[in-house]
Design a protein around this ligand. Structure first.
Ligand code: FAD
Length: 271
């Protein structure tokens, strides 16, 4: 656990930053941090999600069943509650993702499920279970438009709520990210506090929310600290350490693979 000076926090997760206990900040830097804190507190969060995961019997489904669907109730206010439902059936594209003769379906309310409705409920309580049934009706209705007898086909189903996202992803109030409007303002950059040695990344920084954007912000932060050649060296070191069993923490990815794919492209771009 780190101990030190509070530096600010991510709008989306509960993560906060601390300076090394010995780190010294100037008055201007402290003021910049207070300003950051104020701005973050003022930034509205997007709403949360409601997920429905279903496993169904796939026998005799139409051959032209599409793998992806979007259902919009009203175009007047796209963000209105329970408005946009996204459905995907990944096992249509890759049958190995479900047992033979079955399909898996993911339907979700994309950033338009309110956390307020769920706030204070306890997982496992009857009230929580009942609300899952009630709030997931919209998702079931959309599924029925795609596969009319879907309920009869169900073999397993589960509902993920804003509380699930808050708990497992540690996203504050299960939010999708900061509600920063593209045409009005920008997400802050990696160096926006102009404090030497402090670099920000993640989906509360430029270019914004989403896995590709968060990864891009990580790249921007890395470039702010070290040139690409040094980054490669670090990745290659990590790969080597891992192979030699010197770095057991990096068990989930192989940095060497990353280099193998991006290095030739970048060499070409720089040539
Ligand atoms: C339900 C949902 C669906 C999404 N779907 C998509 C999608 O389909 N496509 C897409 O591109 N993007 C999607 N996104 C957005 C995307 O997941 C995020 O923008 C991206 O993961 C952000 O990455 P990050 O590293 O900035 O933050 P996170 O992935 O939120 O990582 C922050 C990490 O910090 C940890 N943390 C929090 N507090 C502390 C603490 N105090 N101490 C230590 N660690 C802490 C958390 O556990 C977490 O691991 C979705 C987001 C959600 C919530």
């Amino acid at each position: 656990m780190l101990e030190g000076t509070f530096l600010g926090y991510s709008n989306a997760s509960n993560a906060y930053l601390v300076a090394d206990a010995d780190g010294k900040l100037s008055l201007e830097e402290m003021q910049a941090l207070q300003e950051l804190r104020r701005k973050k507190q003022e930034t509205r969060q997007t709403e949360s999600f409601l997920h429905l995961h279903v496993g169904i019997d796939a026998s005799d489904l139409p051959a032209d069943l599409e793998s992806h669907h979007v259902a919009v109730k009203s175009w007047d206010d796209i963000r209105s509650e329970q408005n946009v439902v996204i459905v995907s059936i990944p096992s249509l594209l890759d049958p190995t993702l479900a047992p033979k003769g079955k399909h898996n379906i993911h339907a979700y309310l994309a950033g338009n499920e309110s956390y307020d409705v769920w706030e204070g409920l306890k997982r496992g309580d009857q009230k929580y279970k009942d609300l899952k049934v009630e709030r997931s009706q919209r998702l079931w209705e959309v599924l029925e438009q795609i596969i009319p007898d879907v309920r009869k086909r169900v073999e397993t189903s589960s509902v993920g709520t804003p509380l699930t996202i808050d708990r497992f992803c540690r996203r504050d109030r299960g939010n999708y990210g900061p509600a920063i409007k593209g045409k009005q303002t920008f997400f802050p950059g990696p160096h926006h506090l102009q404090i030497e040695g402090l670099v920000h990344c993640g989906d509360s920084t430029n270019p914004g929310i989403g896995l590709p954007s968060a990864a891009a912000s990580g790249m921007a932060a890395a470039h702010a600290i070290a040139p690409i050649w040094k980054q490669w060296q670090s990745l290659e070191d990590l790969a080597r350490f891992r192979k030699e069993g010197r770095n057991p923490r990096y068990t989930t990815f192989e940095p060497g693979e990353v280099i193998k794919h991006i290095k030739p492209n970048l060499m070409q771009a720089f040539a």
